[in-house]
Design a binder for this molecule. Structure first.
Ligand SMILES: [Zn+2]
Length: 251
């Protein structure tokens, strides 16, 4: 996500977005033995790699970093971008590096060939930086199409969107639901989701960008991330990267 671009919010776009989410490309019925929280960082800013990782590790947890190779070393509204050294350190300490396209383009505005090419370029660039082949993808701005969902490379076990909801029962693995850990009421909403998810052994995915004491409008303070993790632990959640969480499914 960047401040420079925002997908259209007109009625036609909203309807298209809803229809795309509701048209399941990889239907699954998810069930887990206990509730799971995944904390994910998009793009990703350098502060997610240092402050964010430290907070997670203090709680014995690891996260998923959806990296756009083209954003390495690039400063944006969420602060300086990650460095290739971050990819190596995060990988070596058990965090997951996911794919977020190389160019961070709005996938709903491009043809399928450009999108698939972008995914392949990002994989190659991330591998060159020391990542393992990404097994999960997150759509920039949450934007996708049914065509892209249907043609998502098989190497991805999942793809994540940005529409909120619990991942349990009937689920689309090509567009997992996720809650923003920022914005007006965002943290209160995810706290409510944790309470509901604890009763249903559901999987909650949160997404954010930078982590700092003075976060951007798309970021989260370290204190709020700490609070979220404490709440999750109290409610009996496992806190796992996205692909590790998916591997815990019993159905
Ligand atoms: Zn993004």
């Amino acid at each position: 996500m960047t401040a420079a671009y925002a997908p259209s919010r007109d009625l036609v776009s909203k309807v298209r977005r809803r229809l795309t989410q509701e048209r399941l490309a990889r239907p699954a019925r998810l069930a887990f033995e206990q509730p799971i929280l995944s904390v994910t960082f998009d793009d990703f800013p350098a502060t997610a790699a240092d402050v964010g990782a430290r907070v997670l590790e203090r709680h014995g947890a690891r996260g998923t970093y959806y990296a756009s190779a083209g954003m390495a070393h690039v400063s944006g509204p969420c602060g300086p971008g990650f460095a290739p050294a971050d990819i190596v350190r995060l990988t070596n300490t058990g965090h997951e590096i996911g794919c977020h396209t190389s160019t961070h383009a709005d996938c709903a505005q491009r043809d399928i060939f450009s999108n698939l090419d972008d995914l392949a370029r990002n994989r190659d660039a991330l591998l060159a930086m020391g990542a393992r082949p990404p097994r999960t993808h997150a759509y920039p701005y949450g934007e996708t199409t049914s065509e892209l969902k249907d043609n998502l490379p098989a190497r991805f076990l999942s793809a994540r969107g940005i529409l909120p909801g619990l991942n349990v029962g009937p689920t689309d693995l090509a567009q997992l639901r996720a809650y923003p850990l920022f914005g007006a009421g965002g943290l209160a909403r995810v706290a409510n989701a944790l309470t509901t998810a604890a009763k249903r052994n559901a999987w909650v995915i949160g997404f954010t960008h930078d982590i700092s004491d003075t976060p951007s409008p798309w970021g989260t303070s370290a204190a709020d991330l700490e609070d979220l993790l404490r709440t999750a632990r109290k409610l009996g959640f496992l806190v796992l990267p996205v692909t590790s969480a998916l591997e815990k499914r019993i159905a």
